[in-house]
Design a protein around this ligand. Structure first.
Ligand code: TPP
Ligand code: DXP
Ligand code: MG
Length: 625
């Protein structure tokens, strides 16, 4: 590619030298770069394509990094990365050791906070604004937030505070009517109303203009037009000004792909002395046909063929855990009318699309609102239903309190289907499901299952629905193990593990996906003359005390789990050993006290010493071999 404007942009201040036409050319180049790179790396294509002009317009007016540009979720910020000195390494996007898919302060001084989880940008923005006010300085604070992220509880709480605090800041609402799938909720309807009424206002104003300038129609008609305008104002304003009622000035919706209009509007409000919301209407995926046509697919996409938009499928030996869960839940729901499935804006990601299709009345998309989703589940359970709440491990962190107080304390029948448990890969530290073992097992009344393969997953769901009470089932992202799935899954016995392999030199007590790795370790060890017993512990809570007692009779006990060691299942085993006064050396393997970076899951597990080789090495070290 010759003579690209992009290649001479080393910092956002370079954008100030460009005309509107040049900025529009740059937007095209950025789109081409995003599509080229993500076709190899995968990534959040549709949201990033939709936010290019917003980012260029904002950066061309702001003086970052002194001024602050904050991104909600951060999945739309690729253009920001490209104009803040990272285009040279942009082809490493989401790769091991490469550029993060989200804003990351340790990567660039232009990245304000580690984005990844939705709806937190406004709180951060207000915090920055209050800190600025206390300092007595005048930097500009701008937050970019999507229409779906704005519906999250944290964003609502922040709006409530922003309206009261009246600290100057600009909120750019990037309204594309989409979450990952179609956006939901009353706020989304309200935004639609604002868009529609603004279109109405434009038409009405232009009609009025024509009427007023037309001698042919005469004054009487013009006055009629004016009267109509006044009466419509009363109709339009009270219903559309939710933000203004909260004390936040709000612009009429504008086209978020029109750089001159964006720049003009932002220039008008950027030196505001009150909070202002700029309502920007965009199209998710704009500039790339396949992404425009299928924004859900191109929200977060694997590598794809640019010409056709077809996702490059890796050969797989097994279905994904998510799709196994999806089918198992549909099968359970066919026999039990009380089952209700709940997602927090992740219908496709959590595999609930088929359920939603088959049982629309028993499916709830709560929006990006994990706390609410879990609270709602509790209400449904009190009302006699059996809610199954499917949420990614990392996002369920948001609903920790609701799990404890609303669900576990009253011992309600709620099943938490915790998808993306453990290392998830390219999304990196904000998305790894490292904490769910710790945060579920500490909750009284909660039972926790960690299936080690797809057959175990179907049995786990059957067990949870049959046994009742608060139940968590954790399973990982990606391909399952390729074992046969029972057509009639048999429920488990409470707190009973499964012996996978016998051995007398050490016992490896493994949880979930780590069972396969432990078996691999046992094979490596066997080749060196060390016989390790491998136990699929199945239950994180209650732990199988018998299996632990038997393990304590061997020279070494090793636990392996795909989450944090601190507070994890291994520490539960240590507790059992202590209670038994067992005098046996024990090692807990898992994720040490650190966040885990991005990259291919197998690579990250290897780094963590949680592949077969790593586990075998730890066993040998502990045995002094
Ligand atoms: C707490 C939390 N829940 C769920 C998600 C998953 N998620 C990422 S982006 C997204 C949709 C965002 O929609 P919107 O804010 O409108 O931005 P758009 O992608 O439309 O630009 C969701 C549900 C998340 N990142 N964080
Ligand atoms: C930005 C975000 O939070 C989601 O889009 C997430 O990246 C989805 O992850 P999966 O690819 O595992 O569904
Ligand atoms: Mg959106």
């Amino acid at each position: 590619m010759d003579d690209r404007i992009l290649d001479i942009i080393s910092s956002p201040s370079d954008l100030k030298l460009l005309t509107d036409e040049e900025l529009a050319l740059l937007a095209n180049e950025i789109r081409e770069e995003i599509i080229t790179v993500t076709s190899e790396t995968g990534g959040h294509v549709a949201s990033s394509l939709g936010a290019v002009e917003i980012i260029l317009a904002a950066h061309s007016l702001l003086d970052c990094p002194t001024d602050k540009l904050i991104f909600d979720v951060g999945h739309q910020a690729y253009a920001h990365k490209l104009v803040t000195g990272r285009q040279g390494m942009f082809d490493t996007l989401r790769c091991y050791g490469g550029v993060s898919g989200f804003p990351k302060p340790t990567e660039s001084e232009y990245d304000v906070h580690p984005s990844g989880h939705a709806s937190d940008s406004l709180s951060t923005a207000l915090g920055l604004a209050l800190a600025r006010d206390l300092r007595g300085t005048h930097e500009r604070i701008v937050a970019v937030i999507g229409d779906a992220a704005l519906s999250g509880g944290m964003a609502f709480e922040a709006l409530n505070h922003i309206g009261q605090a009246q600290s100057p800041m600009v909120i750019i609402l990037n309204d594309n009517e989409m979450s990952i799938s179609r956006n939901v909720g009353a706020l989304m309807k309200h935004l639609g109303y604002m868009r529609a009424s603004s279109q109405y206002r434009q038409t009405r104003d232009s009609v009025q203009e024509k009427l007023e300038s037309s001698g042919w129609l005469g004054n009487a008609m013009a006055n009629f037009g004016r009267n109509m305008k006044e009466s419509m104002k009363q109709f339009v304003i009270p219903r559309s000004m939710i933000f203004e009622q909260l004390g936040i000035l709000c612009t009429a919706p504008i086209d978020g792909h029109d750089i001159p209009l964006l720049r003009e509007t932002l220039a008008n409000v950027i030196d505001t002395d009150v909070p202002v919301l700029v309502h920007v209407v965009t199209k998710k995926g704009i500039g790339y046909g396949p992404a425009e046509r299928s924004p859900e697919v191109f929200h977060g996409v694997s590598p794809f063929d640019i010409a056709t938009g077809e996702v490059k499928k890796k050969p797989s030996k097994a279905p994904s855990y998510t799709s196994v869960f999806s089918k198992a839940l549909v099968a359970e729901a066919a026999n039990d009318d009380d089952i209700v499935a709940i997602t927090a804006a992740m219908k496709d990601g959590t595999g609930l699309a088929e359920f939603a299709e088959l049982y629309p009345d028993r499916f709830v998309d709560a929006g990006i609102a994990e706390e609410h989703a879990v609270g709602l589940a509790s209400g449904l359970a009190v009302g006699g239903k059996k809610p199954v709440v499917a949420i990614y491990s990392t996002f369920l962190q948001r609903a920790f309190d609701q799990m404890i107080i609303n669900n576990a304390l009253p011992e309600l029948n709620v099943v938490f289907a915790i998808d993306r448990a453990g290392i998830v890969g390219e999304d990196g530290p904000t998305h790894h499901g490292m904490f769910d073992i710790a945060y579920t097992r500490m909750i009284p009344h909660m039972k926790v299952l960690a299936p080690s393969n797809e057959a175990e997953l179907t049995r786990s769901l059957r067990t949870a629905l049959a046994m009742g009470g608060p139940f968590a089932i954790r399973y990982p992202r990606g391909e399952a193990e390729g074992v046969e799935i029972p057509s009639e899954p048999e429920p488990f016995e409470l707190g009973k593990s499964r012996l996978v392999r016998e051995g007398s030199d050490a016992a490896i007590l493994a949880f979930g996906r780590m069972v396969g790795r432990a078996e691999e370790a046992a094979r490596i060890l066997a080749a060196e003359g060390i016989e390790a017993r491998v136990v699929d512990m199945r239950w994180v809570k209650p732990l199988d005390a018998d299996a632990i007692r038997k393990a304590a009779k061997l020279p070494l006990v090793v636990t392996v789990e795909g989450g944090v060691i601190s507070g994890g299942a291994g520490e539960g085993v240590l507790g059992e050993l202590a209670r038994m006064r067992a005098n046996v050396p024990a090692v807990t393997l898992g994720i040490d006290d650190a966040f885990v970076s991005q990259g291919k899951t197998d690579l990250l597990l290897r780094d963590l010493g949680l592949d077969g080789e790593g586990i075998a090495k730890s066993v040998k070290k502990a045995l002094g071999r």
